[in-house]
Design a protein around this ligand. Structure first.
Ligand code: SF4
Length: 420
């Protein structure tokens, strides 16, 4: 989401102001730090980054802080770092050109409706593009700061989404990732009257009609909204990539209830089992938090049990990080850091074995790879339908093309192969 927000900011500056990108810090007239606040670490990093930019920036260059930390700290950022010229919340990126010339401007309105805003064109990767389908989140997961920083969920009208996808395809895109905080809750609320797709499954059908578009991905869906109709569309629509993120958070039904996730361990296992049955070659990824307040050894054992049963191909796992404005931060039964850290090591060590096996199993297979990244030493990289990174010997004429590749070697996070 932040990567796409950065693209929106760049697009606006390109369209309305005489700015262009530079790779050299000391040449920049404007430095924008687009922040995350989902854990404590990136927030603390912000102030050290500001210090570095202050030291190396060109005389007179402006510094702006955008994104989720901007939303939740607001003017506190300027109080702590007066060198910062403006603060722009995650839901206000369309206002970038209104704040760059206002000293100490603060735009952090989380009720602002950006859902029909027409951003300029900028794609960091022209072949694999991201298109927002909703903004904000209506869930109230007790560990999560996102509803505070990004506000209530509003869906973007499907006609605008299809138009945006078509525009990207006309510019050479083969793959689109539909983006939302809670992507498969699409259609819950619109800022204007909506005549097209009413829910996420219908939207997938509409987007897949775009001619020239070959692949559709989406991030991130919520396990609660993975109904049978959606799973059937996922399995049967040939344009939808067979990669799905199913964020578990915890394998314990007790902890899931404390987290207010709205599903149980059984529901989660049932959904994943169904996905694997319907799409045998599917790659499933997930997020897990260990050390959530009150997590006992039995609760953690439930998480390990789900890991064994689902065998996630990719996993993003973290120790619980108490965030301001979230109910869980005030829970009294916080878990000792050393205990949480040991659980994380156990989880990650086991997952590494599973990931290794999943990658090794690809050797000898023939995969369709969309090439989008030219590397040094005569190599080119791309992604399989299931989202695995593949490197082969090849040159720029493969850029933006989908080709069959025989996988010859597997590493933990990438594959090697040759064209067939
Ligand atoms: S669904 Fe839950 S975890 Fe995801 S953004 Fe919304 S509140 Fe946060």
């Amino acid at each position: 989401m932040n990567v796409r927000d950065s693209e929106h900011i760049i697009a606006e500056l390109n369209k309305k102001e005489p700015y262009e990108l530079t790779q050299k810090l000391n040449e920049a007239d404007l430095i924008i730090i687009n922040t995350c606040s989902v854990r404590e670490k990136p927030v603390s990093k912000l102030f050290s980054e500001i210090g570095v930019f202050k030291k190396h920036k060109k005389e007179g260059a402006k510094i702006g802080v955008a994104g989720c930390t901007a939303s939740h700290l607001g003017k506190e950022i300027i109080k702590r770092a007066p060198v910062v010229d403006f603060v722009l919340g995650a839901r206000n990126v369309s206002k970038i050109t209104q704040v760059i010339d206002k000293k100490h401007a603060i735009e952090i309105d989380t009720s602002y409706d950006e859902s029909t805003y027409d951003f300029g064109d900028y794609r960091s990767n022209p072949y694999r593009v991201m298109v927002n389908i909703s903004i904000g989140c209506d869930k109230k997961c007790t560990f999560c700061i996102v509803p505070t920083t990004r506000g209530e969920e509003i869906s973007i009208p499907s006609s605008l989404i299809v138009q945006e996808v078509q525009k990207a395809v006309n510019g050479g895109a083969k793959e689109v990732t539909l983006l939302g905080q809670n992507v498969n809750n699409y259609g819950r609320r619109f800022g204007i009257e909506q005549n097209g797709a009413k829910n996420f499954t219908e939207l997938l059908r509409e987007v897949s009609k775009v001619e020239g578009l070959e692949r559709i991905r989406f991030a991130s869906p919520h396990p609660l909204h993975m109904d049978d109709e959606f799973l059937e569309e996922f399995a049967s629509n040939p344009k939808i990539c067979k990669q799905i993120h199913v964020p578990l958070q915890s394998g314990s039904s007790k902890i899931l209830k404390e987290m207010k996730r709205g599903y149980s361990k059984e529901w989660f296992l049932n959904r994943c089992e169904k996905i694997r049955k319907m799409v045998p070659n599917v790659a499933i990824s997930s997020d897990i938090i260990v050390g959530f307040p009150g997590e006992s050894e039995e609760d953690f054992a439930d998480t390990m049990d789900v890991l064994e049963k689902v065998r996630f191909d990719t996993l993003f796992s973290f120790i619980y990080s108490p965030r301001p404005h979230t109910p869980a931060a005030a829970y009294e039964n916080q878990i000792d850091r050393a205990v949480a850290s040991k659980r994380l090591q156990t989880l990650q060590a086991r997952h590494k074995e599973i990931q290794r096996a999943s990658m090794d199993a690809q050797v000898g297979k023939i995969s369709q790879v969309l090439f989008d990244d030219l590397k040094s030493e005569g190599k080119i990289a791309g992604r399989t339908d299931e989202g695995r990174l593949v490197l082969i010997k090849g040159s720029e004429e493969l850029l933006g093309k989908i080709a069959n590749v025989k996988i010859t070697k597997a590493y933990l996070t990438q594959l090697e192969g040759e064209l067939v």
